[in-house]
Write a protein that binds this ligand. Structure first.
Ligand code: UD1
Ligand code: CA
Length: 481
């Protein structure tokens, strides 16, 4: 049922409306509630991504005036435009519905309305609700999920055959009503035209003094329409994120689902509960993710790679069989059989070619490290092109910042098979041609021809008998007192 639901057999359209204009005061935040991020997506984006596979013909987000047009709102989701309907004042979820329906005027079909804080709703549950609604020819359907009766969610008061009488908010419910276990999840389907009429009948006669979307049930019933309670979904999906504690709980559930997906695809996780993997990350078969990793953005990990323990990768490509230990990488590419870390920092634009190595306390940036080349210890390599089969000695620094040469960074170019000594400063722009060597402690300011050895350090001077002369001087001093 999650296939092409844009229109059903009867040719009815499907729109998705996400209610996202609430203030979210319980978050105690300057950021609107639905714009809080969880695993790289806002709550609103999680809902939109879950709804997207239903192939709605339109998607509308009901937002507050302060959110409207802002950068944090997606303008499209996987190719479908996200339209914004503005709710001018937060007068309740029913009033938000009214704002969204105004935008959908003329739509011939149904509207799936979802709370924007329902980040755990699944595509499957959304699809079941739409299918049941259409199957029953209902005007209104509300999703009920059986759950813990101590939860502060509305109760669906329904008959045994699924006819919905009304929804009562927990705060307005009698003890008998609170004993009902079919909880209002915050997902509904409305016949668009009927809802456009009914929404005018909402009032704010309740404990919050707001217009409740849940009262649409009563109005529709009074108009003689078919109103259904659909029991579907998992208790886990009930979580509407109202507080930061809820946000943390949502993250755990979403993370578990993501990890589960990778596990079933053949990825090994050691202590998966310690690792953060955003939904945009891909991981190949027989890759191993060791404890304490954070994998974000467009990170792509190829088959057989080992990441961790303690690796943070933000949009890093990792090739087959590469190993990344206790390191931090951003916007970089690591080819097959590369070894990184422990304690390396790959800044944007690092490209480590096959079988190369970046070792301990090494920082790279905007650098192409050739095949099989090694930067094993204590170095900064920035704005450099390094050929294949090179060894960069311990403690080398590419001095790329030369303000006297202009604002840009200067490049270091190193040919194939170059070996630099320990503790070199390569003052860019500078070229070390193929097969060149440099001596330890050199400060290389001029190009080094192919195959040459450059030594650029002060010659050693040994002052003979220095210790004895020092001793003589201090004895003389003692005698003088
Ligand atoms: C709502 C339901 C409750 C249900 C619960 C499930 C109502 C009246 N109650 O309660 O029965 O059990 O969700 O999680 O809907 N919103 C607006 N504009 C507003 C007010 C709210 O757009 O003026 C949006 C919010 O951003 C949110 C959604 O509507 O996404 C629900 O509002 P919220 O305040 O979270 O309702 P709950 O009290 O959680
Ligand atoms: Ca809520």
């Amino acid at each position: 049922m999650t296939g092409h639901a844009t229109s059903d057999a009867a040719g009815r359209e499907l729109a998705v409306m996400v209610l996202a204009a609430g203030q979210g005061t319980r978050m105690r935040s300057a950021t609107p509630k639905v714009l809080h991020p969880v695993l790289g997506r806002t709550l609103l984006e999680w809902v939109l991504h879950a709804a997207r596979p239903l192939h709605p013909s339109r998607i509308v987000a009901v937002v507050s005036p302060s959110m409207a047009g802002g950068d944090a709102l997606p303008t499209s989701i996987e190719g479908i435009e996200v339209e914004q309907a503005i709710q001018h004042e937060p007068r309740g979820s029913g009033d938000a519905l009214r704002a969204g329906l105004a935008t959908l005027e003329g739509l011939d079909g149904d509207v799936l309305v979802v709370n924007g804080d329902g980040a755990l709703f699944t595509t499957n549950t959304m699809g079941v609700l739409v299918a049941e609604h259409r199957g029953a020819g209902a005007a209104v359907s509300a999703l009920g999920i059986p759950g813990d009766r101590s939860l502060p969610y509305g109760r669906l008061i329904a008959t045994a055959d699924g006819m919905l009488e009304r929804i009562v908010e927990a705060a307005d419910a009698t003890p008998d009503e609170l004993a009902i276990e079919l909880l209002n999840a915050g997902m509904y389907v409305f016949d668009r035209a009927a809802a456009a009429t009914d929404v005018a009948g909402l009032d704010s006669d309740n404990s919050q003094g707001e217009h409740y979307i849940t009262d649409m049930v009563t109005v529709a019933r009074e108009a003689g329409r078919t109103v259904r309670a659909v029991a579907a979904g998992d208790a886990e999906e009930l979580l509407g994120v109202n507080t930061r504690a809820d946000l943390a709980e949502a993250e755990l559930v979403l993370q578990r689902r993501i990890t589960q997906g990778h596990l079933l695809e053949g990825v090994t996780f050691e202590r998966p509960d310690t690792t953060v993997v955003e939904p945009t990350v891909t991981i190949g078969r027989d890759a191993t993710i060791l404890p304490g990793c954070i994998l974000r953005g467009q990170t792509r990990i190829a088959a057989g790679a080992t990441v961790g323990p303690y690796a943070v990768l933000d949009s890093v490509e990792v090739g087959e069989r590469a190993s990344i230990v206790h390191s931090h990488g951003i916007d970089s590419r690591i080819d097959e059989d590369v070894s990184v870390g422990p304690f390396a920092y790959l800044r944007p634009g690092s490209r480590l070619r096959a079988q190369s190595k970046v070792g301990t306390f090494v920082e790279t940036k905007n650098t192409d490290l050739g095949r099989g080349s090694k930067v094993p210890h204590l170095s900064y390599v920035g704005d450099a092109t390094i050929g294949s089969g090179c060894n960069i000695g311990a403690g080398n620094i590419t001095a790329n910042y030369r303000p006297e040469l202009g604002s840009g960074k200067q490049r270091t170019t190193i040919g194939d098979g170059v070996r630099t000594g320990s503790d070199n400063v390569l003052v860019a722009p500078v070229t070390l041609e193929e097969g060149a060597f440099t001596g330890a402690g050199s400060i290389i300011t001029e190009d080094v021809p192919a195959g040459a050895l450059a030594i650029a350090r002060a010659r050693q001077v040994n002052l003979p008998d220095y210790a004895r002369r020092l001793e003589g001087r201090s004895n003389a001093g003692a005698a003088g007192t």
